[in-house]
Structure formats: structure tokens, C-alpha cells
Write a protein that binds this ligand. Structure first.
Ligand code: B1M
Length: 212
């Protein structure tokens, strides 16, 4: 890895947003391609952050500040990635289901999945089954991520999956679910394709599903 990419990688690990933006600009000025910056520094940096989280060395706040630094660097790169026609690894629609306003965990999932190289269509919180269906149709998403934090809103996950099925879109998308009250057994019971306990594992699961 060249030294600009290495410095940016370190800025992502330490969650230093200003330095991440600055190092992205320096790397571009040094002629490093947007593609290389994305893969060598941002995606690799977020993979490392995910690993540190899974090993218990990082916690949610560290993961959040790293994800924020990654997003800031990505804002600098985005127009160049569009120009150079670098394709995302896939499109992912995410949202917290209807009736549920908790969005902190969902935002973290969205940031980690974006950090893994995917385009995110974030519908926010309190999202109805119809809104999910519409977003899948409009975006041509490969995968849908549903989040719920309340035991009372978990049945809405099943309703959302049913609505996707009834709209004839079920074969087109993988569906993963997560949130504090969710278990792998519940995911299987309601017909989701997968479950992740945290944002880092959600990003790994999305990568695995879309590439298989
Ligand atoms: Co609420 N709330 N809340 N709340 N709130 C909980 C969830 C609760 C456990 C608190 C408690 O009673 N101990 C409880 C739920 C009990 C239950 O149903 N079992 C609760 C309640 C009852 C309520 C209200 C009903 C309170 C009231 O008004 N009487 C109300 C409901 C409003 C509504 O949604 N309709 C309410 C409101 C709120 C606030 C608005 C004040 C605020 C939300 C602000 C926001 O999100 N913008 C809030 C908060 C902050 C919490 C707690 C304190 C923290 C949640 C959080 O952000 N955690 C929470 C108690 C707690 O957890 N200690 C609580 C941090 C976040 C990073 O973790 O969201 O779990 P988490 O996400 C993780 C994983 O779950 C996973 O990855 C994330 C990161 O690694 N994950 C996924 C999440 N989504 C995923 C999707 C995936 C994969 C993984 O794939 C797609």
C-alpha cells in the first residue's frame, strides 16, 4: 500500500474525520486513483474496524466515529467514483420497520455496509411495507435490511417480507434482519434469508450473500 493510502487507512482506524478528508485529498493530488483509495483505505479500513469490534477491542462509539470518518472521505471520492464509473458491489435498501423510531443501530449498519463497498438506499425509520416495496422496485436493490428494536414492532418485519413476496419481488432480493430483540430463530421463522447480531457482522453477511 502506498503511503497516502496507509495514512488514510490509519485515519479511518482512529476515526479522525478531518484527517481522513485531508488524506483523501492528498492521495488524489498524488495521483492515486479513486478506485484504489476506496478499496485499499476505506473498505480495508472498515473491515479492520469490524474485526476489532468483533474481537472486543472496539465498541459502538469507536465503530461510529470510524464510520463517520469513512463517510466524510467517501463524500470527497463519490463524484470521482461516478465519473470513473466504479460500480458499487450492490445496492442495499435499509430501514427500521413501521412503528419503530429507533435508528441508531440501523444507521451504523448502513454505514458499515456502505464501508464494505455497497450503495445504500436508507429509508430511515418508521418505514411501511409499501415503502420498502416501492424502494426495491425503484432502485433494483440486491438486498434489503430490516431493523427493529421493539418487541412490538418485530411482527412488522414479517408483514414487510410478506408485502415483498406479494409484490413478486421476493426472488430478486435477499432479506436480512437485525436489532436487539431479534434472534436467528425468529429470522428463519418469518422467512428472512439471514440475521446479523451487529453492524460489523451485517456487513460481512451482505458481502457473502451478494457475492454468492
Ligand atoms: Co427506546 N427502547 N423506546 N428509544 N431505546 C429501547 C429499545 C428499550 C430496550 C429500552 C428499555 O426499556 N430498556 C425498550 C424496548 C423494550 C422492548 O420492546 N423489548 C424501548 C422502548 C420501550 C421505547 C419506547 C416505547 C419508550 C416510550 O415511549 N415509552 C419508545 C418507542 C418509540 C418508537 O420507536 N415508536 C422509545 C423511544 C426511544 C427514543 C426515541 C427516545 C430513542 C431512539 C432514538 C433513535 O434511535 N434515534 C430510544 C433509545 C435511544 C433506546 C435505547 C436506550 C438505545 C437504543 C440504541 O440506539 N442502541 C434502548 C435501550 C438499550 O438498548 N439500552 C431503547 C445502540 C445501537 C447501536 O444498538 O440499536 O441494538 P442497536 O443496534 C445494534 C444491533 O441491534 C444491530 O446492530 C447494531 C449495532 O451493532 N442491529 C442490526 C440493529 N439493526 C440491525 C439490522 C441488521 C443487522 C443488525 O440487518 C438489517
Amino acid at each position: 500500500m502506498n503511503s497516502s493510502n496507509e495514512k488514510l487507512f490509519q485515519a479511518i482506524l482512529t476515526g479522525d474525520k478531518d484527517q481522513a478528508v485531508q488524506e483523501t485529498q492528498v492521495a488524489l493530488e498524488n495521483g492515486v486513483s479513486a478506485d484504489s483509495i476506496l478499496n485499499e483505505s476505506l473498505i480495508r479500513g472498515m473491515e479492520e474496524v469490524g474485526q476489532l469490534y468483533e474481537n472486543g477491542e472496539y465498541f459502538v462509539p469507536e465503530m461510529l466515529i470510524s464510520a463517520r470518518a469513512m463517510k466524510a472521505a467517501l463524500d470527497v471520492l463519490r463524484p470521482l467514483l461516478v465519473e470513473s464509473d466504479v460500480k458499487p458491489m450492490g445496492k442495499v435498501v435499509v430501514g427500521t420497520v413501521k412503528g419503530d423510531l429507533h435508528d441508531i443501530g440501523k444507521n451504523l449498519v448502513a454505514m458499515m455496509v456502505e464501508g464494505a463497498g455497497f450503495e445504500i438506499i436508507d429509508l430511515g425509520s418508521d418505514v411501511s411495507p409499501e415503502e420498502f416495496v416501492e424502494a426495491i422496485k425503484e432502485s433494483g436493490a440486491d438486498l434489503v435490511g430490516l431493523s427493529a428494536l421493539l418487541t412490538t414492532t418485530t411482527p412488522m418485519m414479517e408483514k414487510t417480507i410478506q408485502a415483498i413476496q406479494e409484490a413478486g419481488l421476493r426472488d430478486r432480493v435477499n432479506i436480512i434482519i437485525g436489532g436487539a430483540p431479534i434472534t436467528p430463530e425468529f429470522a428463519e421463522k418469518i422467512g428472512a434469508d439471514g440475521y446479523a447480531p451487529d453492524a460489523s457482522r451485517a456487513a460481512s453477511l451482505v458481502k457473502k450473500m451478494v457475492s454468492s
